[in-house]
Each structure stands twice: as structure tokens, then as C-alpha cells.
Design a protein. Sequence first.
Length: 402
Amino acid sequence: MRNQYKPEYLLIFLIGLFTSNLMAQEQFNYDESKVPDLVLPDPYVSSKGEIIESMADWENIRRPELMRFFSENVYGSIPMDFDEIHFDVSTDSDHLYKEVALKKNVRIKVSRKGKAQTIKLFVFQPLKGKGPYPVFLLISHRNAQDLLEDKEDQFFPLEQIVSRGYAAAIFDVEDVSPDDKVRFSHGILDTLYPEQLEMPEGMRGLAAWAWGAMRAMDYFENDISLDQNRSAVVGHSRGGKAALWCGANDERWSVVISNESGCGGAALSRRRFGETVKRINTNFPYWFNDNFKAFNDNEDALPIDQHLLAACIAPRSIYFASAIEDQWADPKGEFLSLKLGSRVYSDIYGIKVDLPESFENHQRTIHTNSVGYHIREGEHNLTLYDWERFMDFVDKEFLVAR
């Protein structure tokens, strides 16, 4: 019997088979003995060899340089210019949490050069207590509307958050930059900032999500029932990467919380444990800027690593969380990143941070001055346990009475 494939179909089949075989052969490291010796960029030595000894040195020399390196080589810049921002607010009296919270539906309309993009922000504030209320914002890569309609799903446990005296806000990244390699530009990139797509160092998905969180903060500043000076931005996984970049760029956030954000987020890239720079750039080429791809299998060439992003958030509060079974996100790499980055809190700002010397892979919580960490049992997820640890930490940072 003759082969019935047309030549072009046979070529496609062979390419697909070759790619599948390559992926099957690719191995990811989960063996600590195979982690290379870490030689990390020093927070206290600038690219020109200047020694950073004071707060002025850090804030005027090293931190701006590090932010530029992250912008150019990893996340892309976050444009700050737009022509107008408008908030259309309505309240919803019939929702699942009406016994404990007032729901506000906020439409944030941002205009630039004759075009506009609208972001839907949902804000729930306690019915009890007295405002202005401190606020948590979740950058959600899961369907926000689905989360708000399912009380059993604890990814965003509204009832528990507002019962602790906090306002709880959420927006869906779909309104800013869809979490899809084909459609990612179908938001602010196509509408407001198309020039960024032409720039290898330009904004892509994660930076766009951070931009969206900043627009939510713009709203918080205009709502007298919310206390923008006691605010926390939260993200899980890819959302945690965006939360870190948002918090580093926008000093209005009091607390920055990254839950299991792994490679390109909390974890050290140079450890090459679990997900790598090459794998994340291959699977999600639209998250980071194009320049980041130059560091596939070349992490040592990065002028930064993730501990320096944690350092750039100082002296504001920072929190990393991991899960024991989430080895893909490298819990040890996340802890070490926080441990090393938190040196700036102590050395530059005089904030005593008391983190353990070494990583321990069992459930534990550490809340010290301006820096929080926990690792829990279980897999990659955002759970009520995580939120309770976040709120315990923020209670202390904000001195919120329960």
C-alpha cells in the first residue's frame, strides 16, 4: 500500500515527532547535588565597581541600576504615561457575600492617544468596623467572576478576608493582557502602548499585569473608604511574578506578597532547579520581554538575580510563600532569594530581619520585621492556609485589631 500522506503533511508530522522527542529527552533537575555553586550579583557593588555603603548610595546608585537591569533584561518597562483615567463605580446589593461585605463594581477606564482600555475591578469592604479599611488586591490569572461565584474555592477567600477587617479587591488579567501566547497583546499592548511590542526590552504580559495593579491603586487613592497607605498586592504563581514587579515599581504598596512564584519570580534563576529560564521562556514567551530569551541556558550572564528584586522592595514589607510539593517552583530557591535580598533591610535601612540561616523543607512560618515567609504542606496552589498566614503578617505590619 502506498503512503497516503502528502509531502507537506509528512514534513509537519516529522517535525512534530522530532520536537516531541526533544522534549521527552529534556531533563529537569530536582537533585540538590546537581545545583551549581551559586555566584550571585552583589547588592553592594555597582556595575561600575562602586561600593554601596549608605542609604543614599543604595537609593541613588544601586537600586536605580538594578531596576534598569530588570526592566531591560527580564520584565520590560512599565509605561507611566496616559492621558486620562476615569472610575465608574456602582454597588451591588445582591451577591454571595452580602451578609458581611459591600460590593463595589469599579470600571477603570484609561485613555491614551485617543484610545481607551477598561479594567473591571471588584472591591469588597467589611460591613462591620469603621473605615478607611486596609486593602488586599489579588492579581488573578484565574477567571475572577468564577472565583466570586464559588464560596468553596478558597483561592480568594473573601469572607475570611473581610471578617478580619480588610477590604478585598480583585481584577482579572484578561482585562489587561490575556494570559495566552496568541492573544496576550489584545489589551493595553495593542490599544494603549503598541510601541512596546516593537521594543525587545518592551512591556509584555507580566509587566502589563503589574500596570493593571497600579491602576487599581489609583482607584484606592480616590476611595475614601479605603486606606491606600495600608495596602498589599498579592499574586500566586505567574501572578506572584507580576506582584513582585509591580511592588518594585510602585512604592505606594505597603506590602508585596508572592505566593509560589518560582522561576522569574521569587526563586533564584542561577540554581537551575525545577523550572528554568529556558523552559519558562519556551512555554510562556509572552510573559517576559524578548531580551530575557538571551539567558536561556545562560543564567550566569544575567546582571541580576531574583534576590535583588526582593531587595528593591525594601524598606517596604515583603512576603514569600512556598509549598513543599511544589518542586517546580523551587521552594529552597525562593527562601534563599528572600534570605539574601533581605540583607538590604538590615544593612541599609537598619531593620532587623531574623530569618534562619538555612532552608528547612517542612511546614513552618516566620514573621520578622518587614519580612515574612512560610512553607506549607501540599502542592502548587493558593489556599486559605496561605491567606491566613498573609493576614497574620499584615495584621502585625498594619497593627490591625481583629
